[in-house]
Design a protein around this ligand. Structure first.
Ligand code: SF4
Length: 181
């Protein structure tokens, strides 16, 4: 087996005759969801729970964001969208290369999170751009929902998040999150 940088597991060289049984067993232990590349398929670094270098926790925030999108049909409707979380600027969670990147920062001794949009690791590689001031942990899931909702309302058919952002720019997302002021 191989663990990928997207924190998924690849089981190579499975005999075709064994595939159905393997899939059934994976289902039993909840390791066979059709989540690859969806918003639920996040990368989250160990963060403050396990890393001495962290500014903020990553894993509980990843769980809260997951809970914000509980409906598999909605996750499928959103489609391919990479959301990555790093607990500090060392960027082990590759937040800078994600459609939606979340970076843990220390704001006067309190865990906060800076959001960036438009990072990509494909042939149009780009570093995500920070949308504005950071948020407290409890605010982040609603901010992510705002961003996703605006994307769903305005995207063209089959337009991936990164391509949509290139077309419309960062401003509509900033306005949705922070207001016009
Ligand atoms: S990004 Fe920072 S907090 Fe996360 S694992 Fe790396 S060093 Fe630790």
């Amino acid at each position: 087996m191989r663990v990928t940088y997207t924190q998924n597991i690849i089981i190579p060289h499975v005999w075709r005759d064994h595939l159905a049984a393997l899939f059934k067993d994976a289902l039993k232990v909840r390791l066979a969801g059709a989540e690859e590349g969806l918003i639920s398929d996040m990368i989250a670094c160990p963060g403050l729970d396990y890393c001495n270098l962290a500014n903020a926790r990553s894993l509980p925030l990843a769980e809260k964001i997951f809970q914000r999108f509980p409906d598999p049909d909605r996750r499928a409707e959103i489609g391919k969208l990479r959301l990555n979380i790093s607990g500090c600027i060392n960027a082990c969670g590759h937040h800078h290369a994600a459609d939606i990147g979340i970076l843990g920062v220390n704001k006067k001794g309190v865990e906060h999170y800076q959001i960036s949009l438009g990072g990509r690791a494909d042939e149009a590689a780009a570093i995500g751009r920070i949308i504005g001031p950071s948020f407290a942990e409890d605010e982040v899931p609603a901010v992510i929902e705002e961003v996703v909702t605006l994307y769903l309302e305005n995207r063209k058919t089959d337009e991936r998040f990164g391509d949509h952002l290139l077309r419309v720019g960062l401003t509509p997302f900033k306005q949705a999150v922070y207001g016009d002021g």
